[in-house]
Design a protein around this ligand. Structure first.
Ligand code: IPD
Ligand code: CA
Ligand code: CA
Length: 267
């Protein structure tokens, strides 16, 4: 497996799917409910997933493929592509311009490459294992990404999100949000877990936590954060491994222990 070729394919596919989403952004959306009343899917989520897997399958027919909108196929040699064709569906459906395409390739537990493309800003975040994380701007300018150096929660900008069962489960991140609000400089809820992670990698956010995520939400973003020098763990501090459902703390490393302490206190 040549990772440069894999990255070039993933970037081209993410950009193509991003264009499909951007074209759909101003159109009428057909909305269906999935796991709960607040968990939506549009025709554009489905069309983008179809497009992405048709391209990846053509290039890598023996690989495994896991996507949010139903794609689930095992592959050879442990290679698996994790795809969120539209991360930030609720934003997209409301016309709120924060959403992205997220594509990652793993071999068993090991992240090999990740791409997160934000079509409204034209920003393409990429990472390859042991080769760093990069941002290519809409103008084509490419820079290496590094996490921030902030060491105090009181000066940290954090992000989080809330699970789709938040109206029926007490395990809905409200206690944790309340505790972080008391100690951090600011909290954001952008609405796209993949972009939250890309922004930690880019030093735009100092940390992020969220419960009950899926593999496709974070598969690309965690490699970006790791390659940008940040830290990714489970809520109890155990090292990250890819799983179908997960709850994560992600940071620049310096504020990781204080974040874990708050999560322990409120858990
Ligand atoms: C959601 C977004 C959101 C996060 C949810 C995810 P979707 O993904 O990433 O920020 O809070 O947990 O499920 O449904 O827009 O692909
Ligand atoms: Ca998602
Ligand atoms: Ca999605």
């Amino acid at each position: 497996m040549n990772l440069d070729d894999g990255l070039a394919t993933a970037v081209a596919v993410a950009r193509e799917a991003g264009k499909l989403l951007l074209d759909g952004f101003s159109q009428q959306k057909k909305i269906e409910r999935k796991s709960s009343a607040v968990d939506w899917v549009t025709q554009y989520d489905k069309a983008a997933e179809e497009l992405i897997f048709s391209r990846l399958r053509a290039e890598y027919p023996s690989h495994g493929f896991i996507g949010e909108e139903g794609t689930d196929a095992a592959g050879a040699e442990g290679y698996t592509w994790y795809v969120d064709p539209l991360d930030g569906t609720n934003n997209f459906a409301h016309g709120f311009p924060i959403f992205c395409v997220s594509i990652a390739l793993y071999q068993e537990e090991k992240p090999l490459l990740g791409v997160i493309f934000d079509p409204t800003r034209g920003e393409c975040f990429t990472a390859v294992s042991n080769q760093g994380a990069h941002l290519t701007t809409a103008g084509g300018h490419k820079t290496q990404l590094h996490v921030s150096t902030e060491g105090d929660l009181v000066s940290s900008l954090l992000a989080t999100g809330f699970p789709y069962d938040r109206q029926t489960s007490d395990d809905n991140n409200v206690r944790q949000l309340s505790a972080f609000l008391q100690v951090a400089q600011g909290i954001r809820r952008p609405g796209s877990a993949a972009l939250d992670l890309a922004y930690v990698a880019a030093g735009r956010l100092d940390g992020y936590w969220e419960f009950k995520l899926h593999s496709w939400d974070i598969a690309a973003g965690i490699l970006l954060v790791q390659e940008a020098g940040g830290t990714v763990t489970f809520m109890d501090g155990a090292p990250f491994t890819i799983q179908s459902r997960l709850s994560l703390v992600v940071s620049n490393g310096r504020i990781h222990d204080p974040m874990l302490a708050i999560l322990k206190m409120t858990g």
